[in-house]
Design a protein. Sequence first.
Length: 213
Amino acid sequence: MGTTRWYRERRRETYHRRAKAEGYRARSAYKLKQVDERFRLLKEGMAAADLGCAPGGWSQVLAEAVGPDGYVLGVDLRRVAPVPGVRFVQGDLTVDETHERIARELAAAGRDHFDVVVSDMAPDMTGSYQVDQARSVHLCEMALRAAARHLRDGGHFVCKVFEGADFVAFREEVRRLFRSVRQFHPPASRKQSSEVYLVAMRFRGAPDQDEEE
């Protein structure tokens, strides 16, 4: 094994061991922690949504950050083992019924909107980067639409996306909705990975229906 590959594998294993030792369900939890350390998005008392939340590592980080006075809702197609301090909706974000359930959960918690929406969703890999990258952007577009529907004015949005042919157009779409958009490659990500996190801050507000049409 070459030195560079050995270093990458060792760093990956380091985060895996940390996750097990510190009780996180996935080493990806450290990616969200590093995003927050860099941009200071999460505060106690916030309402946060974790889209595509399985297996629950990001939900754990959110619950810790917002504290007992905050609110965290995880959403995923699959069932997820309960996470302390986190509510869960099993559903498809492409259908209205799921969004109606999200709205009902918010209302039951005495909230109108989320303060932050995050997504670490990734497609099932096919081995074709062009196909996988296009699917990644599609998931991000779905997450962005959900954020635009449920995020408060001034709120924040974080999503993972693979760089490629559709990346620039998607980034511009995000920029139309937020006052600040930054790209970030967390140290917990593999150096050779094409994944990048878009950190979108200060939501401008839901676009008018006429503009969408």
